[in-house]
Ligand binder design. Structure first.
Ligand code: CA
Length: 333
């Protein structure tokens, strides 16, 4: 009996020990997660060689127009000792969240550089809605044609000057922005009555061009419904789930619809299955509800159905670890 009691005592001690080890491990995980966040957001990119005495070529657009690039100020460099010399004052953040953490500028177009080896490129930073969002798709008024070839979708198209300009950032840029995978993509939607809605996807990413920019994402949340996955029904998901689908354009058919081309039918470059219930690059109808041979509007099927074309859409990304001071929801889009 005494032996039995001792055994019970030993077992319960072991169980308590195991629990404390588990708790400690969790604390450790949370700690390293916080360190990762700090490293990411307080990171200050090393300056270019002080020998550089010319203005970086990236400050000028292909058409020669000057862009509103931010220069670093002497107070912004958290933890940096060496101040740049003249001619190397331009700091390119990895994305809009880094820029937001560093300078909290207003929403607008800024140059970023997600990878060190990349040339900086221009993006729209949404510094409202909690701030720090790098925008990679925008529909507003239908003046930009989204029915384009592979090369246009790869390199990007549209206008990058005014707040309401429409664009597709370009799959190659989107790939470099999303390649880390630990991010949150927010999809903002607005109908023709001004009602807003949104969908969030964790760890949204695309593969490289060799794999045709295949779409991958994890957890969905939000109020507009998980249209990328094809809604809730298994049958619908079989033909419309876009997770794992390659990107298609009118001249590159990579969909699973054997009898035709989803991109041609839907007049858009997008990830298609057979074909979709979500296509934010579709034809822009100014009427909301539309009639056509194919459901080719700007569609988020789980919110408005396939035969309603949305008025505003925005696709934007920031790190999953970004600490949002106000909380993002159906904010300004
Ligand atoms: Ca096909």
């Amino acid at each position: 009996m005494l032996l039995f009691l001792s055994l019970v005592l030993v077992c319960s001690t072991f169980a308590a020990l195991r629990d404390s080890i588990r708790r400690l491990r969790n604390k450790l995980l949370i700690g390293s997660w916080e360190i990762e966040h700090l490293q990411k957001h307080r990171y200050f990119r090393p300056f270019q060689s002080a020998a550089s005495d010319s203005k970086p070529a990236a400050d000028t657009d292909a058409d020669g127009s000057q862009q509103s690039n931010l220069t670093s100020d002497s107070s912004g460099g958290a933890g940096t000792k060496t101040l740049p010399t003249a001619g190397s004052l331009i700091v390119h953040d990895r994305d809009c969240s880094e820029l937001f953490d560093r300078l909290s500028p207003p929403s607008g177009f800024y140059r970023i550089r997600p990878k060190h080896h990349q040339e900086p490129f221009l993006v729209y930073c949404d510094m409202d809605d909690g701030g720090g969002w790098t925008v990679f798709q925008k529909r507003r008024h239908g003046r930009v044609d989204f029915n384009r070839d592979w090369v246009d979708y790869r390199d990007g198209f549209g206008d990058f000057k005014q707040r309401n300009d429409e664009f597709w950032l370009g799959n190659e840029y989107i790939y470099s922005l999303l390649s880390e995978g630990k991010n949150l993509v927010k999809i903002d939607l607005m109908d023709w009555e001004g009602e807003k809605n949104y969908a969030l996807y964790e760890n949204f990413r695309i593969t490289n061009e060799a794999d045709k920019y295949r779409l991958q994402y994890k957890v969905y949340s939000g109020k507009a419904g998980d249209a990328l996955t094809g809604g809730r029904g298994m049958v619908e998901q079989w033909s419309t789930c876009l997770s794992g689908m390659q990107f298609s354009t009118r001249d590159h058919d990579n969909d699973r619809f054997l009898q035709g081309s989803c991109a041609q039918e839907n007049m858009a470059g997008w990830w298609f299955n057979r074909c979709h219930i979500a296509n934010l690059n579709g034809k822009f109808y100014r009427t909301g509800t539309y009639k056509a041979e194919y459901d080719n509007g700007v569609v988020w099927g789980t919110w408005k159905g396939l035969w309603y074309s949305l008025r505003h859409t925005t696709m934007k990304v920031r790190p999953l670890t970004f600490l949002d001071s106000v909380g993002s929801g159906a904010g300004e889009i």
